[in-house]
Design a protein around this ligand. Structure first.
Ligand code: CIR
Length: 256
């Protein structure tokens, strides 16, 4: 949760065609841009360098850069998104990561699918949730690709009907995870200290701990109070437009 860099991508006008599980209305580009600018300014406030990539009109969901790659201490791995319309986004990210990291590795198996939103990195392990976007072959390939970097990959499950594993959880510090109860009930966080989001505020589970701050979506006061009481320096960022596309705080950046 200590980072010197983040990569973001500006939202494209094509965002109105972004994927969504349930249609709750068309996202408004100007509002999304304002929220996105606030998000980037907050990351920068911690002293981190934020690399802002240009909007990609051909990929409506490309603002959600997290799904395209995994940035680890030893190198970066380019993902293979399970959403067909998002497959090309990973290739767009690859050259930027190659420029920053030198060597990069790629998930390549024709049957392997994995999106960054399903991956929660802690200090000791990489948890990857199987979901509609991430399959066992993708997880196994990630484990193979990162074993010589000393990474330990553990396969877990994203709750049914939930887009990504990290839709429902976030790492708050070395031993603490914020989670929905529908996810923590599976027992996958044994050994970690857990903070549950308040009932009815499940959409608050996708936050990011970024250096000294916790960025969380605005509008979830009971969960915010729990985090403040636990001692975290919380910043609320507007997320109304990304939420229409099942996106949140973690989706909007790659952090390393
Ligand atoms: C999608 O369905 O792929 C996008 N509309 C939302 C992606 C959110 N990404 C994330 O949680 N990491």
């Amino acid at each position: 949760y200590r980072f010197t860099h983040a990569i973001t991508r500006n939202p494209a006008a094509s965002i109105i065609a972004g994927l969504r599980a349930v249609d709750t209305g068309t996202p408004d580009l100007a509002t999304m841009q304002a929220h996105h600018a606030d998000y980037i300014a907050t990351l920068r406030e911690t002293g981190a360098t934020v690399i802002e990539l240009e909007a990609l009109e051909a990929y409506p969901d490309s603002v959600f850069v997290e799904d395209t790659a995994l940035c680890l201490p030893s190198g970066a791995v380019v993902m293979r998104p399970g959403a067909p319309s998002r497959l090309g986004e990973a290739a767009e990210m690859a050259p930027h990561l190659a420029a920053l990291y030198g060597d990069i590795r790629r998930i390549e198996g024709a049957d392997s699918f994995i999106e960054g939103g399903d991956i929660l990195m802690t200090e000791t392990e990489i948890l990857v949730g199987r979901s509609a976007r991430t399959n066992a072959a993708g997880i196994a390939e990630l484990a193979r690709l990162t074993a010589d970097w000393g990474e330990v990959v553990r396969e877990v499950h994203t709750p049914p009907g939930v887009l990504h594993f990290k839709t429902d959880c976030s790492l708050l510090d070395a031993e603490t995870i914020l989670s929905t109860t529908r996810l923590s009930a599976s027992g996958c966080f044994k050994g970690y200290r857990l903070i549950d989001v308040a009932e009815g505020e499940e959409a608050a589970a996708n936050t990011i701990r970024f250096n000294d701050l916790v960025l969380m979506p605005a509008g979830f006061p009971r969960t915010r109070d729990r985090l403040v009481q636990a001692g975290y320096d919380v910043r609320e960022i507007g997320n109304s437009e990304c939420a229409k596309l099942d996106g949140g705080m973690s989706c909007l950046s790659l952090r390393f």
